[in-house]
Write a protein that binds this ligand. Structure first.
Ligand code: MN
Length: 130
């Protein structure tokens, strides 16, 4: 099965950390550092899941999520928002934009991959564990 995750995140340290954690559990990670590049890669790479920062250059994460969910070819891809926003209502805004999950930075390295994988459809999780 496809063990590919698309990570759209403009912070180098976070890209390194998230990739390291996901790679160590067998995930291939593709990177984009801005919203427009991320949207393009989503269309080209058929990821199992998208990890999406909200504060991004060129196009913010909310707009990226809206465009993915309004594209029938991409709408089924689960999106996890990963954001350092700490204000009330951010979760709601991410969900309203089309994200199925929401995680706050700083992430917990001990639970990060489990939280990401929990967003995958059940059948895909089972296959990924084989
Ligand atoms: Mn950012």
């Amino acid at each position: 099965m496809n063990k590919r995750i698309l990570l759209i995140e403009d912070n180098d340290n976070n890209r390194y950390l998230f990739s390291y954690l996901l790679n160590s559990r067998g995930w291939e990670v593709l990177h984009a550092a801005d919203g427009v590049s991320g949207l393009r890669l989503a269309g080209e790479s058929d990821p199992a899941l998208i990890l999406l920062d909200i504060q991004l250059p060129v196009m913010d994460g909310h707009e990226v999520a809206r465009r993915i969910k309004s594209n029938p070819a991409l709408a089924a891809i689960p999106i996890m928002a990963v954001t350092s926003y700490a204000m009330q209502g951010d979760r709601d805004a991410a969900i309203a934009a089309g994200c199925q999950g929401y995680m706050e930075k700083p992430i917990d390295p001990d639970t990060f991959v489990d939280e990401v994988e929990a967003l995958l459809p059940l059948a895909q999780r089972w296959q990924a564990s084989l």
